[in-house]
Design a protein around this ligand. Structure first.
Ligand SMILES: [Zn+2]
Length: 95
């Protein structure tokens, strides 16, 4: 898969493989994924790509213990439903 920086016209490089991704929905529930962090070698813009299957079993949310493990990953990324939800959660990543 080619992912390129539209500003710099170069392909993004893999900065980090297998980061934790915590995706929150509008109700504050979360799903966990592993994914790759890609970065532009020129401007530093980063994107998350290559998502794994969500760590959800039979519709049951992942445990708080798994969330805590994800949050301790220094490269984890939190994904929010929209800007309003993001502002509600920040500062910090603790729900
Ligand atoms: Zn760039």
């Amino acid at each position: 898969m080619n992912i390129s920086c539209a500003s710099c016209h170069v392909r993004l490089k893999k900065d980090r493989i297998g980061i934790h991704v915590i995706e929150y929905n509008a109700r504050g529930m979360y799903r966990l994924y592993r994914a790759n962090l890609l970065g532009c070698p020129l401007c530093g813009h980063q994107v998350v790509s290559g998502y794994s299957q969500a760590t959800t079993v039979d519709g049951t949310p992942p445990s708080r213990a798994l969330l805590d493990i994800a949050l301790t990953d220094p490269y984890h990324v939190c994904i929010y439903e929209d800007q309003e939800q993001r502002e509600w959660f920040e500062p910090g990543d603790n729900p």
